[in-house]
Write a protein that binds this ligand. Structure first.
Ligand SMILES: [Zn+2]
Ligand SMILES: [Zn+2]
Length: 239
């Protein structure tokens, strides 16, 4: 009895704390953030690689010059910094579904729609393993894809299956992730048209490149991608 009261009290207090600075908020939170953190959201609207959204200069980055296949364009709404990275970490490692939903809503708000094809046939979230879904209770990429789908009026299809569970990419050096992720996805069915992959954060982009190649091999004619946040060159999405 007492423990359930403490638990519900904790829930009320917890939900009133900003997901980034952890200060109790005396006015309604927006996107799970207090007003100061909400106003400090870092948009990815500066110069960047037109293909992989890497912040820097408005020209193809070194990696994209040397990469064949994969996705045509990646659009990332925010930089992996400050309140935006806090939301990613809270969704990923602290199992906070409200953080995943806040990320999804912010991604829609700051999405550069002009950088995407006019017509997209389906949004496909990057799947997590069954074990990870059980641990976390939700797939944040699916929450983001569903929110984007409603905003863009594009159907969401769970067309990919993760067939190998190899542990988190974030435990590995950036340069070995392409090999680590090879062969982990399988298409559940044949595809056609323009498909848009959806994930929470783009770091080395290895996961998105691998998933895009699987979708192409399954029949997709064009593959683009959306992530909520984009890491800078050499930056890692860790807590
Ligand atoms: Zn705050
Ligand atoms: Zn690039």
């Amino acid at each position: 009895m007492l423990s359930s009261i403490i638990k519900s009290l904790d829930l009320v207090l917890f939900d009133q704390r900003c997901a980034h600075c952890r200060e109790p908020a005396w006015e309604p939170l927006q996107y799970a953030l207090c007003k100061i953190c909400r106003d400090a959201i870092p948009c990815n609207d500066g110069p960047k690689c037109p293909r992989c959204a890497l912040p820097g200069e408005n020209r193809l980055c070194k990696k994209c010059v040397n990469t064949r296949g994969g996705f045509d364009t990646l659009v990332s709404s925010m930089l992996y910094e400050g309140p935006a990275s806090a939301l990613v970490l809270r969704a990923k490692f602290r199992k906070e579904e409200r953080a995943a939903q806040a990320l999804a809503d912010l991604t829609v708000q700051y999405l550069d729609r002009d950088a995407l094809p006019k017509h997209i046939d389906a949004l496909v979230p990057i799947p997590i393993s069954f074990r990870r879904t059980m641990q976390r209770g939700f797939n944040q990429s699916a929450i983001i894809a569903n929110t984007l789908g409603a905003a863009l009026h594009v159907p969401v299809k769970n067309s990919l299956r993760r067939i190998i569970h190899r542990g988190p990419q974030s435990d590995l050096p950036l340069e070995t992730r392409r090999i680590h992720v090879h062969g982990v996805f399988k298409a559940k069915h044949t595809l056609s048209g323009t498909i848009c992959l959806v994930d929470d954060v783009a770091t080395s982009t290895s996961t998105l490149l691998e998933a895009a190649n699987v979708l192409r091999n399954a029949g997709a004619t064009r593959v683009v991608a959306i992530t909520t946040t984009r890491c800078a060159d050499g930056q890692d999405a860790k807590g």
